[in-house]
Design a protein around this ligand. Sequence first.
Ligand SMILES: Cc1ncc(C[n+]2csc(CCOP(=O)(O)OP(=O)(O)O)c2C)c(N)n1
Ligand code: SF4
Ligand SMILES: [Mg+2]
Length: 286
Amino acid sequence: MTEQPSLITDAQNTWCPGCGNFAIQHSLKAILTDLQGEERDLSNVVLVSGIGCHAKIADYLNINSFYSIHGRTLPVATGIVLANPQLNVICCAGDGDMYAEGLDHLIFAAKRDIDLTVVVHDNRVYGLTTGQYTPTSPVGFRGRSTPSGIKERPINPLALVLASGGTFVARSYTGRPAHLKRVLSAALSHKGFSFVEVLQICATYNNLTAFYHERVLEVQDNEEDLNAAWSYVNAWDYNTDAKIPLGIFFKEDLPPDPSRSGEKPYLGGAERDVSSAIAAILHDRV
Ligand SMILES: Cc1ncc(C[n+]2csc(CCOP(=O)(O)OP(=O)(O)O)c2C)c(N)n1
Ligand code: SF4
Ligand SMILES: [Mg+2]
């Protein structure tokens, strides 16, 4: 076997001890190591990160990466997929990143079944900016900007993605590394839009380790049964004390279309006419 470069860079790691980002980094590294073992060309893998603690993964994993801006992983990743459909694109985004600033992009990427993988590091807090609430923080969450506790109810991101037409919808947890690796690996193999919500421990501003350990429950994977998918997704609303299912809740392989033969629908054929592609996307949005 050819000698492969290390998958971890020399950059100094500044995540706090106990941070769940380490588990996501190690799971991705383990998957990439397996790919190296199969002599797969990792130059076809691109990681796009947002801004936040999670985003430093782009500095720490030694693969092609694009450190984007807050809430804009998906526009960048979509552009990369359109420009070169052969690439395997992974978006590592924060919950603030994806569910607040970037929410509309998530809905449209799912709707369009863009062929990429979204991994949300959902620590249910703005970690980098020292502990403000996010769309998935529970009622009563006390953060730096809300010392009396928030009154808003959280959103359920899995329900949102399922309703938007996501063809691979899953949840895992940084406290279950084997499960995390399996689910991320399945997401990366999916042809189409794959979405993995990862419940991630923030050791400093929102340490929910005990809460999750008591409640998470690995369930059987479900493929095309939409009713089963809805019952998994609705079992926990990000606010109650219910059991929290982990697993692949929905997977559907859409019939072959141009995007699955190496040509993306917006490119309108074999020619990669980027200006027509952009015009087509804009037309679709208005
Ligand atoms: C458009 C924009 N708004 C706000 C910020 C400031 N900002 C940087 S990181 C961050 C929070 C990140 O939270 P999250 O996405 O949950 O990532 P985490 O740090 O928790 O991994 C904010 C609000 C910014 N950089 N850009
Ligand atoms: S603040 Fe939280 S999310 Fe950020 S590095 Fe520390 S433990 Fe991790
Ligand atoms: Mg966060």
